[in-house]
Write a protein that binds this ligand. Structure first.
Ligand SMILES: Nc1ncnc2c1ncn2[C@@H]1O[C@H](COP(=O)(O)OP(=O)(O)OP(=O)(O)O)[C@@H](O)[C@H]1O
Ligand SMILES: [Mg+2]
Length: 499
């Protein structure tokens, strides 16, 4: 909730703990072992930002975050906290938009293969460096030849075509080995089987649809955008790459704004460790860069994970607002992590940080937020406030209702097929086939003409021969002898006359 000073009141020790709105873009962390209260803390934060008029995005791993769409109810747990804190929760619904890359539990969220990019695409298909190089060449060839790569069938068609004509592209784009093309094609098939064909394509998700603000009971509330991730999460690489694409798109599309009184948008990245699991060096650099620079575009990124040690140091160091729920110390590695986490807080002499980390109850956390000057406060042992929306999932019917209300069905409901690589290459192959057929017909016609010519020649020759040989027949011979007699007679006559 927000307090009288329009600050985010989200937890309570012996006094209210607040996130300074102007420091909310200095990122944050919600960590803790399973069942310690991370999801509910996320909900408390999201609702508070919405109260402040700041929209946010979150992935819903189990469906339980959908509860923000409905007003919550007073439970014993909540009543106890109200008494302890001396506050009264105003149970209320929040403006909510549901998305689902599979189009089942929310509006479809699609991205074109080209915009998803070589790096993230290689990651979801676990390509080797060499294969990534080939994929890069394929993307460039398609770009140069104006063949849009929208969906998986575009990429498949492009790979087939480029693979078959590899020699033609070699000088300009480097070696395109058929082995690499073959492996990419196999990976593509696996991706299709996992439903990947549903979220690559058009219409592409428009980031601006995240940023709406809605009036509820006369008060402006930031939109809470929820991506159903229970199914998507089955493919951790796909899940984390998709979220990274969203974050990068927000970063690319928003203008620089510098320091603001409150953030423009909050991006919650749940199960964040998945993003860093065997990420390439290039991807790590990209994440680090986006997280560092997106702040000046007014966007706060809040990572949610079980163990903060799963987040690389460079990024962990940038997370200013921290909510650390209980950790478990089962293994020596856990114990080491607990020490490191405890040391990352400024000590509070009222308690032992390391010990507290193991004792925290559900919905209780060690908290350090940035003060007005941007310095981390000393650690506080505090209880989180309770959500004002419902804790736990809404029904399928309620979800349908929310989707109807959003007005996004028309925009995203149906896929759009434009002339992209697949269609262009089909046309190209049809043109080539037609050309080949025409060529064949022409060659056949020429062959037949030649045959006819030869036949005619032969005929003419045989006619001539038959004329010549006609002198050898009986009447020919007779004629020759008559002519010869006549000739002799004529000669004798002339001789006589001369005598
Ligand atoms: N601030 C809170 N206010 C009211 N109830 C809470 C609060 N925090 C936690 N709870 C209760 O504790 C339960 C478990 O919390 P939550 O689901 O947030 O745990 P989690 O850390 O997200 O677990 P997991 O890692 O399994 O996702 C909630 O369903 C809720 O009943
Ligand atoms: Mg959870």
């Amino acid at each position: 909730m927000i307090n009288n000073e329009e600050k985010l009141y989200v937890a309570h020790s012996d006094h209210p703990l607040i996130i300074e709105p102007k420091m909310a873009n200095r990122h944050g962390l919600i960590a803790g072992a399973t069942g310690t209260g991370k999801t509910v803390s996320l909900q408390v934060l999201a609702e508070s930002f919405s109260d402040l008029g700041v929209p946010c995005f979150m992935a819903d791993m189990k469906g339980d975050l959908s509860g923000v769409y409905k007003a919550g109810e007073l439970t014993k747990f909540i009543a106890k906290r109200q008494d302890e804190f001396g506050v009264k929760f105003d149970f209320q619904p929040y403006p909510t938009q549901f998305f689902d890359v599979y189009g089942e539990q929310g509006h479809p969220m699609r991205v074109t293969i080209k915009d998803f990019g070589v790096m993230l695409f290689s990651r979801i298909m676990s390509l080797t460096d060499t294969q990534e190089g080939v994929l890069n060449a394929v993307f460039r060839i398609c770009e140069d030849r104006k063949m849009p790569l929208d969906d998986l069938k575009d990429l498949r068609a492009a790979l087939n075509y480029i693979g078959q004509n590899a020699k033609e592209f070699q000088t300009e784009y480097g070696n395109i080995s058929s082995v690499s093309v073959g492996s990419i094609q196999r990976n593509l098939l696996a991706l299709e089987e996992q439903g990947g064909d549903q979220f690559f394509g058009l219409p592409e998700f428009d980031i601006n649809d995240f940023f709406s603000v809605e009036k509820i009971n006369g008060i402006k509330k930031g939109m809470i955008n929820i991506l159903a991730a229970d199914k998507l999460y089955n493919n951790p690489k796909l899940y984390s790459a998709f979220l990274m694409w969203l974050l990068t798109s927000i970063y690319n599309q928003l203008p620089e704004v510098g320091d603001m009184d409150k953030p423009k948008f909050i991006f919650f990245f749940d199960e964040a460790h998945l993003l860093f699991d065997d990420a390439s060096k290039a991807l790590m650099e990209q994440i680090e860069k986006v997280v560092r620079l997106i702040r000046s575009k007014g966007v706060g990124v809040y990572f949610i994970t079980q163990n903060p040690m799963d987040i690389p140091e460079d990024i962990l160091g940038q997370l200013g607002n921290k909510i650390q729920h209980a950790l478990r110390a089962f293994t020596p590695k856990d114990q080491k992590a607990i020490k490191a986490v405890a040391q990352s807080f400024r000590t509070n002499e009222k308690f032992d940080t390391e010990k507290a980390l193991l004792e925290l109850e559900t919905g209780e956390a060690l908290i350090s937020f940035l003060d007005e000057k941007g310095a981390p406060s000393i650690v506080e042992r505090a209880k989180m406030l309770c959500p004002q929306g419902q804790i736990g999932p809404i029904t399928a019917e309620e979800r349908k209702q929310a989707m109807k209300e959003s007005g996004l069905e028309k925009k995203y409901g149906e896929t759009i097929q434009r002339e992209s690589a697949y269609e262009i290459l089909i046309k190209e192959s049809e043109r080539k086939q037609k050309e080949a057929e025409e060529q064949k017909a022409k060659a056949q016609a020429e062959k037949e003409a030649e045959k006819r010519r030869k036949e005619e020649e032969r005929e003419a020759r045989s006619k001539a021969t038959s004329r010549k040989s006609s002198s050898n027949t009986w009447y020919g011979k007779a004629l020759t002898s008559i002519a010869r007699n006549l000739g002799n007679k004529l000669v004798n006559e002339v001789i006589k006359k001369l005598k």
